[in-house]
Design a protein around this ligand. Structure first.
Ligand code: GAL
Length: 671
C-alpha cells in the first residue's frame, strides 16, 4: 500500500473552508493518509439515534481528491454528553468508589452493557456508511485502549463481569479458593457472587486476587475491542483494522489484541508526555518500537508520531532542527511501514492546545512542516521498497504482561519495576548495537541464538520445560533473580529452593536472598569489581555449573552471584543480582560471543545502529540523536543510499561522522 506518511487530522476543529488548503498543504508535503474521527462521536451522532456523516463524507472527499486516503477511528474513547446525562452509570468508578465523570475523555466503563450497545450501534452505522467509500482504506478501533482506564473500573457491572470470568476460569469456587489461597485471613468464598473487585480495603490485599483482576481486565478490554472488530470484519472486508497501542502500556495484553488486527499501530512520543522538559531515553524509545513489532511479529504503523512540542498543562522541549526527523527515522528503522504524525495542526482549543502539530496554531507552514516534507520526499521510495522488512534479530528478550503485573503488585524492593529492569537489560544490547526482538512466553524461542528471560517470577511446568528444551537444543538462555518464585496464580513455590521449577535447568539453588535496599553490594568477575543493586540471590552452584562472579561483601561474600550451566548443546546462565550498567554490558558481551552474534558496528553514545531485512537486502540505519557531530563505524560491505534520511543540519562530508540529528541509511545485498 503506497502510503507511508500521514497525519492525524481533525477537520471538525476548523471551518470547512479551510479543508481544501489543508489537503493541498498535505499533498505538497507528501502526506498520503489521514486518521480521522476517533473523538467525534457527537459530530456523528449529535442526538441519540440521529446520525450525521455528511461532514465526514465531505472531509474524506476533499482529502481523497488530493490523493490522500482515510483511516476512520471508532469514537468510543469519548462518549457524548447526551449519553452520559441519560445513562450516568456508564461512567467508570475507581478503587476508592469515585466516579470519573464527563469533561475529559474515556469517561466510560467498558463492561457496561448500555455503553456496549451504543458502541455497537455507532460502529455498525459507520461501517454501513463508509464500507464502500473508495477513499476509506481502514479502521482504527477506539483510541489507545487502556489509556485513562489505567486505574481500571471497579463498578458493579465490572464486579459481575469479574465473577463470570472467575467462574469460567476456575469452574468451582473451591478451585478459586485454592488458587487464591483464601485460607489466609479467612478470605474463603462460598459462591462466586461473594467475590468483589479489589476495591479499597481496610488493610492489605490478596496478591492472587490482584493478579486475576489485571488478567480479567485485559480480557475485558479485549472483548470490548473484539465486538467492534467483529462488526467491521463482517461489514467492511475491503478495509483493514488496526489499533494504536502504546508500547509497554499494560492495561491490555497487546499480544492478544495483535492476533485480532491486520497490523499493530503504535503512538511514539520520544519527548514523553506532559512532564516539563522530560525526554525518554533513546533506548527506551527503541525498546517501545521493538515491543510493538513483537505483538504480531511483523512490521507495524506509527499512528501518532511526535510532530512538535508535547504538552497539556506543561510543555516539553522544542525539538531541535532535524530532531523530529531523527525520531521518525528511529520508528522506520525499527520496522514502521508508515508514519502518521500527530497532529496536523496545533489545536486552538481544549486540553491539547499545547500538544503541537506539524503546523503551528496560525496554520501556515514553518520549520517543522518543511523539515518533515524533506523527510517524506527523501524516504518515500525507500519505504516502499522496505515495506514488511524487519530486523533479522538473533537475540530475543522474553516480555510478559503477567510477570509485569505480578511484580507491579509486589515490587518487593522499593521502586523496583519489571519494566525498568527489562529496559536495563535491553540497554546493554542496544549499546552494543545488536538488533533485538521481544518474545512472548508462548512465542517461538528456537529462532533465537540467545534468549534473555528476565524476572521469570511466575512459573508453570510447561514454561519451565520450554526453556529447558530450548537450551538443550543449543540455545543460550539467561535467567535472573526472582525466577520460579510463584505459580501462575501468584502462590509461592514450596517444593524446594528457588528458582523452583527452573532449578535443574539453571544448575543452581538459591540458598537465601538479600533484598539490598540501602546495603551496598558488589561482585567480582574475572578480577574486576562491579557494584550491584536491588537484590542478591545467594547461590549454591551444582557440580557442573561454572561460577562467573561472586559476591564481595556481607556474610555471603565469596558465594556465587552469576553462573553458567551447560545443558545439552546449549547453556543456561543465571544472574543472581541486579547489575549496574557495566556488569550487564560485560555479561551481554559474553553471551553474544558465546552465541556467535555480532552487533551492527561501533558508535559514540547517542548514535543508534539498527537494521531491517527483507529477502536478500539489509538496510542499516545510523541515527544521531544528539546535537553534536558523532562518529560511527559499520561493516564495509554496506553501501550508503543517497539522500535517504538526510538531515536539516547537512552532511558532515565525512564517511564516519554524523552531523547533529543526522540519519543515514545503508544497504547490503546478500548472495
Ligand atoms: C495520545 C492520544 C492522542 C493525543 C496525544 C497527545 O496518547 O492518542 O489522542 O491525546 O496522546 O496527548
Amino acid at each position: 500500500m503506497a502510503i507511508h506518511f500521514g497525519v492525524d487530522y481533525y477537520p471538525e476543529h476548523w471551518p470547512a473552508e479551510r479543508w481544501e488548503t489543508d489537503a493541498k498543504l498535505m499533498q505538497e508535503m507528501g502526506i498520503r493518509v489521514v486518521r480521522l474521527a476517533e473523538f467525534s462521536w457527537h459530530k456523528m451522532e449529535p442526538r441519540e439515534g440521529s446520525y450525521d456523516f455528511a461532514w465526514l463524507d465531505e472531509a474524506v472527499k476533499v482529502l481523497g481528491e488530493k490523493g490522500i486516503v482515510s483511516i476512520l477511528g471508532t469514537p468510543s474513547a469519548a462518549p457524548p454528553a447526551w449519553m452520559i446525562h441519560k445513562h450516568p452509570e456508564i461512567q467508570p468508578v475507581d478503587r476508592e468508589g469515585r466516579v470519573h465523570g464527563f469533561g475529559g475523555r474515556h469517561h466510560d466503563c467498558q463492561s457496561n452493557a448500555t455503553y456496549r450497545s451504543y458502541c455497537r450501534q455507532m460502529v455498525t452505522n459507520m461501517a454501513h456508511h463508509f464500507k464502500d467509500n473508495p477513499y476509506v482504506v481502514g479502521w482504527q478501533i477506539d483510541n489507545e485502549l487502556g489509556n485513562s482506564h489505567d486505574g481500571l473500573c471497579y463498578c458493579d457491572s465490572c464486579k459481575a463481569a469479574f465473577q463470570k470470568w472467575l467462574a469460567k476460569k476456575y469452574g468451582t469456587v473451591e478451585e478459586l479458593n485454592k488458587a487464591w489461597g483464601t485460607a489466609f485471613w479467612s478470605q474463603e468464598y462460598n459462591a462466586f457472587e461473594e467475590v468483589i473487585p479489589p476495591r479499597l480495603t481496610a488493610a492489605g490485599d490478596n496478591p492472587s486476587c490482584l493478579l486475576d483482576w489485571r488478567l480479567f481486565h485485559s480480557d475485558l478490554v479485549l472483548d470490548f475491542a473484539t465486538e467492534q472488530i467483529d462488526i467491521l470484519r463482517k461489514m467492511c472486508p475491503k478495509q483493514f483494522i488496526t489499533h494504536n497501542c502504546m508500547g509497554f502500556a499494560d492495561t491490555i495484553n497487546y499480544y492478544d489484541l495483535g492476533k485480532k488486527l491486520d497490523f499493530v499501530s503504535h503512538d511514539q512520543y520520544p519527548d514523553g508526555y506532559f512532564v516539563e522538559g522530560s525526554h525518554v531515553a533513546e533506548h527506551i524509545n527503541a525498546a517501545g518500537l521493538d515491543v510493538i513489532r513483537s505483538y504480531k511479529q511483523q512490521s507495524f504503523w506509527i499512528m501518532e508520531q511526535q510532530s512538535g512540542i508535547t504538552g497539556w498543562e506543561m510543555m516539553g522541549r522544542n525539538p531541535r532542527p532535524g530532531q523530529l526527523s531523527a525520531f521518525a527515522m528511529q520508528s522506520i528503522g525499527h520496522g514502521a511501514d508508515a508514519v502518521v504524525f500527530f497532529r496536523w495542526r496545533s489545536c486552538s482549543m481544549g486540553e491539547e492546545q499545547y500538544w503541537h502539530g506539524i503546523l503551528p496554531h496560525h496554520g501556515n507552514p514553518d520549520r517543522r512542516y518543511y523539515e518533515l516534507q524533506r523527510l517524506t520526499q527523501n524516504m518515500f521510495s525507500l519505504m516502499e521498497e522496505m515495506e514488511g522488512a524487519t530486523p533479522a534479530s538473533r537475540v530475543g528478550i522474553v516480555f510478559s504482561f503477567a510477570q509485569n503485573y505480578a511484580i507491579r503488585i509486589q515490587p518487593q524492593v522499593p521502586d523496583f519495576r519489571y519494566l525498568n529492569f527489562l529496559w536495563d537489560v535491553y540497554k546493554a544490547f542496544y549499546d552494543l548495537h545488536v538488533d533485538v526482538d521481544f518474545v512472548p512466553e508462548d512465542g517461538e524461542f528456537d529462532k533465537y541464538d540467545l534468549l534473555v528471560a528476565p524476572l521469570q517470577y511466575l512459573m508453570s511446568d510447561e514454561l519451565a520445560h520450554k526453556y529447558t528444551a530450548y537450551t538443550e537444543k543449543g540455545g543460550h538462555l539467561l535467567l535472573t533473580f526472582r525466577s520460579g518464585v510463584k505459580d501462575r496464580t501468584n502462590i509461592c513455590y514450596t517444593d524446594g529452593p528457588l528458582p523452583g521449577k527452573l532449578q535443574d535447568l539453571a544448575g543452581v539453588s538459591v540458598e537465601e536472598y538479600d533484598p539490598l535496599y540501602d546495603i551496598s553490594q558488589s561482585v567480582s568477575w574475572d578480577g574486576t569489581i562491579f557494584p550491584v543493586k536491588t537484590w542478591a540471590d545467594v547461590l549454591k552452584a551444582d557440580k557442573d555449573t561454572q561460577v562467573l562472579a561472586t559476591y564481595e561483601k556481607e556474610f555471603y561474600a565469596g558465594a556465587p552471584a552469576i553462573t553458567c550451566h551447560p545443558v545439552g548443546k546449549g547453556a543456561c546462565y543465571y544472574l543472581g543480582c541486579d547489575p549496574s550498567g557495566g556488569l550487564m554490558k560485560e555479561l551481554a558481551e559474553r553471551l553474544l560471543s558465546e552465541s556467535g552474534i555480532r552487533g551492527n558496528g561501533n558508535a559514540d553514545p547517542g548514535v543508534e545502529l539498527i537494521t531491517r531485512s527483507k529477502g536478500e537486502k539489509t538496510w542499516l540505519f545510523a541515527i544521531n540523536f544528539t546535537g553534536e557531530n558523532k562518529e560511527f563505524h559499520i561493516a564495509p560491505d554496506y553501501e550508503r543510499l543517497g539522500s535517504a534520511g538526510s538531515c536539516e543540519n547537512g552532511d558532515t562530508g565525512e564517511e564516519s561522522l554524523l552531523s547533529p540529528y543526522e540519519s543515514r541509511v545503508y544497504v547490503k545485498t546478500m548472495g
